[in-house]
Design a protein around this ligand. Sequence first.
Ligand code: AMP
Length: 213
Amino acid sequence: MRIILLGAPGAGKGTISSLLVDKFGIVQLSSGDLLRTEVKRGSETGKKAEEFMNNGALVPDNIILDSMRIRLNDDDCAKGFILDGFPRTVVQADSLKQMFADMALVLNAVINLEVPEEILLRRLTSRRTCSNTDCQAIYNIHTKPPKTANKCDLCGNALIQRDDETEDVIKNRLIVYKEKTQPLIKYYSAYSQFFSVPCIDAKECMEAIQKKL
Ligand code: AMP
């Protein structure tokens, strides 16, 4: 199973991806996690990406394309994967199409998560992430608080508000989403396995996805 998950920042791509991973035993490929790991490692890619990420801008296509091309060739991707946060531009979607052709892979579904903007804003400003890069568990101070304040339930490390989740940066991310990523809905809408589902409640969203898949 190979799935592309589309949606604005805060739409729930991470949450739905992990549920799909559990359901289908496939790998979650989050371009955001991939880049955050590079930043943390201080690699050349990380150094190039960091400033764009902290401003809520997209990292240049060539940087993310190189990283994703390498990642897609890893052995664990052979059993299938879900792309979370990639592609984010038409250039990336065109390159991904070429990567699938080169690797003789079939795309099974493109799922677009729909969420009203006021809910996106509320979700993103109340999100907290585990500071441990090997964990990166996500919490929400309103809807999914940790058992102990500011501590990750899974590994006990401190929870942080990501640099790109302050209100100004979030507003910029939503503007960038509308300009650069939203056109992908039209791009993929001609594809027979494309569908949109509301994603207000994760359980209901998963049920809707499973019905369509
Ligand atoms: P995310 O965790 O998916 O919201 O990604 C966090 C940040 O990483 C984004 O705001 C971008 O700066 C960068 N990023 C993630 N995926 C991509 C992508 N496919 N293309 C360009 N930049 C990306």
